[in-house]
Design a protein around this ligand. Structure first.
Ligand SMILES: [Zn+2]
Length: 153
């Protein structure tokens, strides 16, 4: 396997803690799926994960079970997104840095950007009994492709 990312190490630590807490069985298959999950740079669907795991001979049911487990362990969060049809996408609840998601209300295009100044400002805030790790924000608007004036027929 190629160099394991910090994200994977953090996700695996959380999974192991959850497995111990819930007295579940440790499974190599789950670790293999988690490794694939951590390779996604953007939110992904279950179908995309199944595709990514195609070489691993893992059943679809196992992948769906793993996704549910990762959500329960708060490694992933499921987000409902409208892209022509409503699809559930998964994204890591933590990572190396915070990001802002930019969503086009016209075409549903999703882009991630890093907003460092805002991130630093928010981390300055003091919350009672709470330690923030990362920030997740979604900004809705219109992308450059949809902003172009539509030509008359
Ligand atoms: Zn658009």
């Amino acid at each position: 396997m190629a160099g394991r990312s910090k994200t994977y190490e953090a996700a695996l630590a959380r999974l192991n803690a959850y497995i111990k807490q819930e007295k579940l069985r440790v499974s190599m298959v789950r670790k293999a799926i988690l490794e694939k999950v951590c390779l996604f740079k953007q939110p992904f669907t279950a179908e995309q994960l199944i595709e990514a795991c195609a070489d691993e001979f893992i059943s679809d049911a196992t992948i769906y079970n793993a996704l549910n487990l990762f959500v329960a362990a708060q490694i992933l969060q499921a987000v409902k997104r409208q892209r022509g049809r409503t699809a559930v996408e998964y994204e890591l609840t933590f990572g190396s840095h915070s990001k802002i998601q930019i969503v086009c209300l016209e075409c549903g295009r999703v882009t991630n950007v890093r907003e460092k100044v805002l991130e630093e400002q928010i981390k300055e805030y003091k919350y009672y009994n709470f330690t923030p790790y990362r920030i997740s924000m979604t900004l809705y608007g219109v992308c450059k492709h949809c902003r172009k004036p539509k030509r008359e027929q």
